[in-house]
Design a protein. Structure first.
Length: 139
């Protein structure tokens, strides 16, 4: 069995945004040489997410509005976590909602997606460098 590991680095200029990382994951898959197996993609920071959905701007705006309603950034005093000197209590909650990672089957050397599925990096406390792990195993 082959095993391949690659880190993708993100530096999102906004506090919250979604980045389609499917092309970078597909490139990692090509580099791995794996034809049949599994691809794990996970955010390596507790204020970021990786998820699968449609690459449609209206949906992304809906997500941003919905997440801000569920876990608003302000007032900062809303979160006990912010008493530690942080201002990202909301980002931890948003990450919990959107999830840490995805696993995608690999079939015939390609990500085995359903219609419209793409992999996204979700940033909830941006403006600094963060990592995404791509781990591919298989034959």
């Amino acid at each position: 069995m082959k095993s391949y590991r690659q880190e993708l680095w993100m530096n999102v200029s906004q506090r919250m945004d979604f980045v389609n990382i499917t092309p970078q994951v597909e490139e990692a898959l090509r580099a791995s040489g794996v034809q049949e197996g599994l691809c794990l993609v996970n955010a390596m920071h507790i204020t970021a997410s990786v998820f699968i959905n449609d690459d449609e701007p209206g949906l992304h705006r809906d997500y941003q509005r919905w997440l801000e309603e569920l876990a608003p950034h302000e007032p900062l005093s809303r979160y006990d976590h912010n008493l530690t000197g942080e201002d990202n209590g909301d980002a931890h909650h948003k990450r919990q909602i959107m999830g840490r990672e995805v696993v995608v089957a690999i079939t015939g050397g390609r990500l085995d997606f359903g219609p419209w599925e793409r992999i996204f990096y979700g940033e909830f406390d941006g403006r600094r460098r963060k990592r995404v792990l791509v781990k591919i195993i298989g034959e």
